[in-house]
Design a protein around this ligand. Structure first.
Ligand SMILES: *[C@@H]1O[C@H](CO)[C@@H](O)[C@H](O)[C@H]1NC(C)=O
Ligand SMILES: *[C@@H]1O[C@H](CO)[C@@H](O)[C@H](O)[C@H]1NC(C)=O
Ligand SMILES: *[C@@H]1O[C@H](CO)[C@@H](O)[C@H](O)[C@H]1NC(C)=O
Length: 327
């Protein structure tokens, strides 16, 4: 087998990385933010109340620092409990329930829990009127150290937060999208398979179940990857190796991911979660093909190739990988 097409891929890959970082913030998040905010009493469709562990995840950190948290419902007109709720209780930061400060939504350094508003791009902070070790602190950029300091407490906030715990008072909360059955994410050395998922096989990618999921959602979810990767390969891989289109002839067209607007090749590094289309962005005899829908005849042309077959991506410790939910 002759892999003449593959050297082209490297150039395309390098160019794609430059493009994808630029487009990330503007196109990605409108499609399907992983985390949104709203009122505890009204769970947004497709979402579930986030847990403390969700707020301590790399995905949350990535979204917080790239676009923040958008409200999908507005604050009501009456009294509001502004302390952010998660599954386990009220969100707080500090070393213990008795030495911590309750967290509320902030926008540009100011508490943003205001009746009849629906803020976008919010962050977390501790109001100046709140008592506790961190009063007046705004978390501009979230770090893993601060995430580790998050705790959830069942103790109802009092004092300046006296609306909390009163019956009928709307309470604000963070929601996480219900995990899809298939996602793509950079996986490899230093980038483990996220919990609840396993690396998919070629047969999974070719299954009717995947076709239904892809066609219903309008693509597949590309999850954000932690920003700790120096080198990564954007060719879609499954457990058997990288996936190519039409690899029964003497060259192949490696699969990769296109943005929903088809104007960029996406890889998930330093990006927010988004829906992407699978296609052949890296050259080859059938290069530049975007698969808007999946069907049996398309997937019958898929095959895998391995590191032995090409020198490209060989030194990369991580690869964009199709994952399947196992929960
Ligand atoms: C916060 O993050 C932004 C975007 O990544 C960066 O430009 C800025 O320098 C960071 N600020 C601090 C204080 O680290
Ligand atoms: C199968 O999917 C491919 C890619 O989306 C499309 O080009 C082709 O027309 C589809 N074929 C059928 C028979 O629907
Ligand atoms: C790829 O390399 C492996 C290992 O050398 C070999 O067994 C396989 O036949 C090659 N695949 C193709 C499609 O050439």
């Amino acid at each position: 087998m002759n892999f003449k097409s593959i050297p082209l891929m490297v150039k395309a890959f390098v160019a794609a990385v430059a493009v994808l970082v630029v487009v990330a913030a503007s196109t990605a998040v409108a499609q399907q933010p992983e985390f949104v905010a709203g009122m505890l009493s009204t769970v947004p469709s497709g979402y579930a109340l986030a847990s403390l562990a969700d707020l301590q995840s790399a995905d949350f950190l990535n979204q917080y620092n790239s676009v923040g948290i958008n409200y999908v419902q507005s604050f009501g007109s009456g009294f509001i409990c502004c302390v952010v709720s998660v599954q386990e209780g009220y969100l707080s930061i500090g070393s213990s329930a008795s030495y911590s400060s309750y967290i509320t939504p902030f926008l540009n350094g100011v508490e943003t829990c205001t009746s009849n508003t629906q803020p976008s791009g919010t962050t977390f902070g501790v109001p100046p009127f709140a008592s506790g070790p961190y009063e007046g602190m705004w978390i501009t950029n979230l770090t893993t150290k601060e995430q580790a300091g998050f705790l959830a407490t069942g103790v109802t906030p009092t004092g300046a937060f006296s609306n909390c715990g009163l019956s009928g008072v709307a309470t604000t909360a963070i929601f996480r999208v219900i995990p899809p059955k298939y996602i793509v994410q950079i996986v490899g050395t230093g980038a483990p398979v996220p919990s609840g998922f396993a690396v998919a096989t070629l047969a999974d990618l070719q299954s009717v179940d995947f076709q239904t999921s892809y066609n219903t959602a309008g693509g597949v979810v590309m999850a954000a990857s932690p920003n700790n990767q120096n080198s990564y390969c954007c060719i879609l891989s499954v457990s058997e190796g990288w996936v190519g289109y039409n690899d029964e002839v003497d060259s192949i067209s490696p699969l990769g991911l296109y943005s929903e607007a088809f104007n960029a090749v996406e890889c998930g590094y330093n990006q927010a979660r988004q829906l992407v289309f699978i296609g052949t962005p890296f050259g080859g005899p059938n290069g530049g093909f975007v698969f808007r829908t999946f069907n049996a005849s398309l997937v019958s042309s898929f095959g895998t190739f391995t590191r032995q077959n090409t020198s490209d991506c060989q030194s990369s410790p991580t690869t964009q990988t199709l994952l399947k939910s196992v929960v």
